[in-house]
Design a protein around this ligand. Structure first.
Ligand code: DAH
Length: 340
């Protein structure tokens, strides 16, 4: 019996010495000390032994059990520690390696220009007013005093969704909404997206952006309009910028004008940017037609108004020297990244 105990011990020790994984150690524990383990069997079989034998084998078996338990626990700790070390080694970070740069987003050039114009007008006390992209034909044309036969109403110019509903062809729709929603005096600008049935080319896109402005107050005159827009041009293109107003026609303004700015590239001498003229047209404007104010029930004896509208793409193209409008919509980071 003593031999058997010695043999179990020797075997267990040998296996433990070779064990590298928790599972192996656990197997050794089960096969010696488990319910059906070899040493357990000896301890359980003690009842059948003689008194003499019990005296001898009992303490020997118990001693062996204690010893194996100790060895197994020590091995458990050892294997656990080794596994931890291996994991730390695998997770080790080389702090001297070069880092991976996070790509930072940049603001789109159209956003930059719109933000700049918005800021200029916000500083003049204008509030932002917004309108939907899908609007009524009334807000797009009738409410703006546009004649029934005006060419811009054609199916070939405006995208119609259904009878009386269209994709807005300009941000002037917000003028009609605002005169109905607000009580004068007020001043608003309205940036946003517009749509027209244009075939894309270097200067046309069926989707583009405008910024609309409208101020309604007592004694608003053409000189207020000129002063405001001249100030905007100087803020936007630099203090040397000059402005020129040429008579024009819009159904919703009377008188109407287009504003030119002195070429910020050549200073007015004439260059490819201004096509040799020294001037660049940047917006339409005028004294608001009384019929537009009347849509909102505004007393036109008491209040007068001026309005203006400009294309964001056109200004961005001029300001940044972009020669093809389609570049704005391609989302090519090599293009967009240049305007940080
Ligand atoms: N709505 C005009 C367009 O899309 C631009 C415009 C001209 C707006 C004169 C105005 C204005 O508010 O007064 O071409």
């Amino acid at each position: 019996m003593q031999d058997r105990i010695n043999q179990i011990m020797a075997e267990a020790k040998e296996r433990l010495a070779k064990a590298k994984e928790m599972k192996e150690v656990e197997d050794i524990r089960i096969s010696t000390l488990g319910k059906k383990g070899q040493l357990t069997a000896i301890l359980r079989g003690m009842g059948a032994l003689s008194k003499e034998e019990k005296k001898q084998i009992g303490p020997a078996a118990n001693k062996a059990k204690g010893e194996i338990e100790k060895l197994i626990n020590a091995k458990f700790d050892e294997v656990k520690e080794a596994a931890k070390k291996a994991r730390f080694e695998a997770e080790r970070i080389d702090v001297t390696e070069p880092g991976r740069a996070n790509l930072m987003g940049v603001r789109h050039p159209l956003t930059l220009v719109a933000e700049e114009i918005k800021t200029i007008f916000k500083n003049l006390g204008y509030e932002i007013a917004e309108g939907p992209l899908v609007d009524t034909v009334f807000n797009a044309f009738d409410g703006l005093n546009s004649p029934q036969n005006h060419p811009s109403r054609d199916m070939t110019d405006t995208f119609y969704i259904s009878d009386g509903i269209c994709l807005r062809p300009h941000t002037s729709t917000v003028q009609v909404r605002t005169v109905q929603e607000r009580k004068p005096p007020f001043r608003i600008i309205s940036p946003g997206r517009c749509f027209r049935c244009d075939t894309p080319d270097a200067t046309h896109s069926p989707m583009f952006h405008q910024i609309e402005g409208l101020i309604v107050d007592e004694d608003i005159s053409m000189s207020d309009l000129k002063g405001t827009l001249d100030y905007m041009a100087k803020q936007l293109f630099g203090p040397e910028t000059k402005t020129k107003f040429r008579p024009h026609h819009f159904p919703f303004t009377e008188p109407s004008a287009e504003m030119d700015v002195s070429c910020f590239k050549c200073g007015g001498k004439g260059c490819p940017v201004c096509k040799g003229s020294g001037w660049i047209e940047i917006l339409g404007c005028g004294e608001t037609h009384p019929k537009v104010l009347e849509v909102g029930g505004i007393d036109t004896e008491k209040y007068t108004a001026f309005a203006f509208g400009m294309g964001v793409e056109r200004i961005a193209m001029l300001k940044y020297g972009v020669d093809d409008i389609r570049l704005f919509y391609e989302n090519d980071m090599r293009f967009i990244d240049q305007f940080k």
